[in-house]
Design a protein around this ligand. Structure first.
Ligand code: CTP
Ligand code: MG
Length: 392
């Protein structure tokens, strides 16, 4: 009999996803959210597995569990969930076997959580302390009140919490009993556990353990599963971009403003260097292209400068577990005279990519072609991307 148990809460309706079925039964590829979550759970160390299903869907949950469990099916059990996540966890706690002394609570919605993250939490729980996986916060954070930004928030002190969250069983059960008595609702188990006076530690989580909440999250999961992962190791990508002169205002190129130089036209600021880099990076990671992530269907990027595109691209790659090795760019243009500001441009672009080296060469084309005739610029970029925390 295992002394550990994993409660997989899957009883939510998935309001924000807005699908016709409860979120757990929505397909990512040919497998549902719940099936992927359970594939991960059963690939981790042996434990009792309690699936908390939406009322009326217990049979569907049972089918998914049988498919994922294989020979380990005797470890699995389906119970009916409640109206809130907290009530669903309580339903799971009631099904624990007597010998269990360590309990993990896991969101089925974190369908692509690597089994190694489950094992790491199992290893880190102690008799007195809970443990949760966390990720650093990458965005710059502000506290707002209505339309006003009130203050900057230091993100160094903040992390984003994931699941599975692991706890000693006796203290978790007591903490849930106390929460039920007080009528308090908590957003995660660690908050409820801490409210009962116990301490919680954290270990590094994985970008793959993100929660599928919105249709965009589901799309991201689909992309990740569609991305071929058969070739671990460095991957290269290429991107080109061409823009004609003819935009409003000053030229923006390579992340810099060039006063007095003719502007390029385009949906954003026309920064062909930044755009070629985006395509090279997305191509290397097989994550689509610039049109898909930043095109006219994303009006929030209209008029945006290159550094915004690059910072978001770096995030997209990080979310897929990829790290940027380096980027090499060649610009073909008569103007501007690039060499005087090369170092400055490299620094700005590199900063937007989280410090990955960016080198830029520039050439004229001996008067040939559209660049040579001074009609516009052409850029080619090559990027190297490395597997970071990428896991199958
Ligand atoms: N959950 C649950 N029982 C509930 C509510 C949520 O078991 N009454 C589970 C969900 O199935 C999910 C996890 O808790 O795996 C995290 O919740 P969330 O992502 O909020 O899922 P939903 O509540 O289904 O989504 P929404 O809030 O958009 O309705
Ligand atoms: Mg919810």
């Amino acid at each position: 009999m295992p002394t550990t148990a994993i409660i997989v809460v899957a009883a939510g309706s998935g309001t924000r996803l807005g699908a016709s079925a409860p979120k757990a039964f929505v397909g990512i590829d040919e497998r549902s959210v719940l099936r992927h979550a359970l594939d991960g759970v059963f690939a981790a160390a042996s434990a009792q597995v309690i699936v908390v299903a939406p009322a009326g869907h217990e049979g569907d949950a049972e089918t998914e569990m049988r498919a994922a469990a294989g020979e380990r099916i005797d470890l699995g059990r389906v119970v009916t969930g409640g109206d809130t996540r907290q009530q669903s966890v309580i339903a799971g706690l009631h099904a624990l076997w007597g010998d269990v002394d360590t309990v993990l609570v896991h969101d089925a919605a974190r369908a692509l959580t690597p089994p190694s993250q489950i094992d790491a939490i199992l290893a880190a729980v102690t008799r007195t302390k809970g443990t949760i996986p966390t990720l650093p916060v990458v965005n710059t954070l502000k506290r707002v009140s209505g339309d006003d930004v009130v203050e900057a928030v230091d993100r160094a002190e903040l992390v984003a919490a994931q699941t599975p969250q692991g706890f000693p069983r006796d203290l978790l059960e007591a903490a849930y009993a106390a929460a039920t008595d007080s009528g308090a609702e908590y957003t995660d188990d660690a908050a409820l556990f801490a409210a009962a006076g116990h301490s919680v530690s954290h270990i590094p989580g994985s970008p793959l353990a993100f929660k599928i909440t919105t249709p965009e999250d589901l799309e991201r999961a689909r992309q990740l599963l569609a991305t071929p992962r058969t070739a671990p190791g460095p991957r290269v990508g290429i991107g080109t971009d061409v823009h004609a002169y003819g935009g409003e205002g000053n030229l923006w190129l390579a992340g810099l403003e060039w006063p007095g130089e003719p502007a390029l036209s385009g949906h954003s600021d026309g920064d062909a260097v930044a755009h070629a880099i985006v395509d090279a990076l997305l191509g290397a990671a097989a994550l689509g292209d610039i049109g898909e992530h930043f095109g006219t269907s994303h009006p929030e990027y209209a008029g945006a400068h290159g550094d915004v595109f690059l910072a978001r691209t770096r995030e997209i790659l990080a979310e897929a577990g990829c790290v940027i090795g380096n980027v090499s760019v060649q610009l073909q243009a008569n103007r501007p005279r690039f060499s005087a500001r090369r170092a400055e441009a490299q620094e700005v672009l590199s900063a937007a990519l989280g410090g990955a080296p960016v080198s830029i060469t520039a050439t004229t084309t001996d008067g040939l072609g559209f660049a040579g005739r001074g009609e516009g610029v052409a850029v080619t970029a090559v990027a190297l991307v490395l597997p970071g925390t990428l896991e199958q």
